[in-house]
Ligand binder design. Structure first.
Ligand code: AMP
Ligand code: GLY
Length: 429
C-alpha cells in the first residue's frame, strides 16, 4: 500500500515510524513532514497540512491507497470528505463527525443526548445570558470554553464567580480567541486525575487503542501556562482494566452509536480526555485524532501492524482484524521545546548529539518541529521540537533512559521538564 500521512509533528513522526514496520507498506509519503520523518518517508514539504487542494493533487500524483490524517484542523475543514468524494480512502472523521472536537457545544449536546457522563454545562452565544447563568451557580468553580478550535488555548479554569465573568468578557466581548469564542460552553469544574484514552473506530465498531497520561503545563510540578503537552507515559496506571471496560461501554460505544444514529458515523481515532474521580470516569473533552505527545508513547508500545488497523478502520472492517497487541514495557516521552515556548521562541538553532541520544538503550528521538539545514545540520523549527521517547521495565527506568539521552544532546536553546511521570513514579511505578 502507498500511504500519505498528513502533518509534520511528533505525532506524525511516531505514526510514520510505526507504519514503516508494516509488511503491507510499499511506500510512505508525509505532507509536510519534518527532518526526522524524512528518514522514513518522502516529505512533500511544499504541501501544508491544511492545503486541501494540494493534498488531493498529491494523492492523485502518487496513486495513494490510504491517507492518514494527523492533526484536527484539516479534519474539521473537511479533508476526509473531499478525499472520499474523490474515491481516496482516508483514516479520520468527516467534518460533521469532527465537530466532536471542532465545537464544544456540539460535543456537550451529543453526550447529553447519549447519556455519557460529563460535567454539567450551559451553552451560550450572548454574554448577558452566560452571565445570568453563572450568577445562578452559587459561586462554585466553573470552566469557560470557547466553542471552536483555539489551538488548545480556549479553556479558562475559574475559581470564583468574578473570574468566570471575566473569562466571558475575554472571550465574548474582547474576542481574545476570535470567532472561536463567539459561542461558549460554561461547565462545572471537575476534580480528579486526568487520563487520555484512545479508541479506533470504523463507524460502528470501536477498539481500545490504549491510554496515556499527559503533562500539559510547561513547568515542573504541573505549573505555568498550558502547552500542547510536555511529556506523556503509557500505560496509564489510573486506568485500571475494570475502568477500561466501563469506559468502552459507557463512554466510547454510546458516542460512536450516537454519531452513527445521526447519519454521521465516526471513522478514525476517538481521543477522550477523561477526569477520574473516586473511580468514576467523566469526559472533559473529545478530540478526533491521536494526542501529541500521547501518540508517541502508544506507538512505542504497539506490537503489531498499525497499517492493518488503520486500513480496517477506514474501510469499516475493524471487527474482522486482530485487536492491537502491546509490549509489556512502559513508554515515556519527554518533549524538548525551544526556550520561551509556549510564548515567543527562536527558530533555526542547531541541534547536536542526536546520534548519541539515540544510542541510549530503549530510546528513539522523534522530531516534532525540525528542518534540515546545510551540511546535514538539524535545525529547530517550532515550539515543541523533539520527543525523547524511551521504553523501560518501569516508568522510572523509561524516564532515566530518556534523561540519559537528553543529557548527551547538544542544544542549549532547548529545555524540557525533568518530572514527566511523577505521579506514577511517586506511586512506585
Ligand atoms: P480541553 O481543551 O477541553 O481539553 O481543556 C484543557 C484542559 O483544561 C483539560 O486538559 C483539563 O486539564 C482542563 N479542563 C477542561 N475542562 C475541565 C473541567 N470541566 N474541570 C476541570 N478541568 C477541566
Ligand atoms: N496532548 C494533548 C493533545 O494532543 O491535545
Amino acid at each position: 500500500m502507498k500511504v500519505l500521512v498528513i502533518g509534520g509533528g511528533g505525532r506524525e513522526h511516531a505514526l510514520c515510524e510505526a507504519l514503516v514496520r508494516s509488511p503491507r507498506l510499499t511506500r510512505l509519503w508525509c505532507a509536510p513532514g519534518n527532518a526526522g520523518i524524512a528518514r522514513v518517508a518522502t516529505c512533500l514539504t511544499e504541501v501544508g497540512a491544511e492545503d486541501l487542494g494540494a493534498i488531493l493533487a498529491a494523492c492523485r500524483t502518487h496513486a495513494i491507497d490510504l491517507v492518514v490524517v494527523g492533526p484536527e484542523a484539516p479534519l474539521v475543514a473537511g479533508l476526509v470528505d473531499r478525499l472520499r468524494a474523490a474515491g481516496i480512502p482516508a483514516f479520520g472523521p468527516t467534518a460533521e463527525a469532527a465537530r466532536l472536537e471542532g465545537s464544544k457545544g456540539f460535543m456537550k449536546d451529543l453526550l447529553a443526548e447519549a447519556g455519557v457522563p460529563t460535567a454539567a454545562y450551559g451553552r451560550f452565544t450572548e454574554a448577558a445570558t452566560a452571565g445570568a447563568w453563572i450568577k445562578a451557580q452559587g459561586g462554585r468553580p466553573l470552566v469557560v470554553k470557547a466553542d471552536g478550535l483555539a489551538a488548545g488555548k480556549g479553556v479558562i479554569l475559574c475559581d470564583t464567580e468574578g473570574e468566570t465573568l471575566a473569562a466571558i468578557d475575554t472571550m465574548m466581548t474582547n474576542r481574545a480567541f476570535g470567532a472561536a469564542g463567539d459561542a461558549v460552553v460554561v461547565e462545572e469544574r471537575l476534580e480528579g486525575e486526568e487520563v487520555s484514552i484512545f479508541a479506533l473506530c470504523d463507524g460502528t465498531t470501536a477498539v481500545w487503542m490504549g491510554a496515556a497520561q499527559d503533562h500539559k503545563r510547561v513547568g515542573e510540578g504541573d505549573t505555568g501556562p498550558n502547552t500542547g503537552g510536555m511529556g506523556a507515559y503509557a500505560p496509564a496506571p489510573a486506568l485500571t482494566p475494570a475502568l477500561r471496560t466501563r469506559v468502552m461501554a459507557e463512554i466510547i460505544q454510546p458516542t460512536v452509536d450516537a454519531l452513527a444514529a445521526r447519519g454521521t458515523p465516526f471513522t478514525g481515532v476517538l481521543f477522550g480526555g477523561l477526569m477520574i474521580h473516586e473511580g468514576e470516569p467523566r469526559v472533559l473533552e473529545f478530540n478526533v485524532r491521536f494526542g501529541d505527545p500521547e501518540c508517541q508513547v502508544l506507538m512505542a508500545r504497539l506490537d503489531g501492524d498499525l497499517l492493518a488497523l488503520l486500513d480496517a478502520a477506514a474501510h469499516g472492517r475493524l471487527a474482522e482484524v486482530d485487536p492491537p497487541r502491546w509490549r509489556d514495557q512502559t513508554a515515556l516521552v519527554v518533549v524538548m521545546a525551544a526556550r520561551g515556548y509556549p510564548g515567543a521562541y527562536e527558530k533555526g538553532t542547531a541541534i547536536g548529539g542526536l546520534d548519541a541520544a539515540e544510542a541510549v538503550e530503549g530510546v528513539t528521538v522523534l522530531h516534532a518541529g525540525t528542518r534540515a539545514g546545510p551540511d546535514g545540520a538539524i535545525l529547530a523549527n517550532g515550539g515543541r521540537v523533539l520527543g525523547i521517547t524511551a521504553l523501560g521495565d518501569s516508568v522510572t527506568q523509561a524516564r532515566d533512559r530518556a534523561h540519559a539521552a537528553i543529557d548527551v544532546l547538544d542544544w542549549p536553546e532547548g529545555f524540557c521538564r525533568r518530572d514527566i511521570g511523577w505521579r506514577a513514579i511517586d506511586r512506585g511505578a
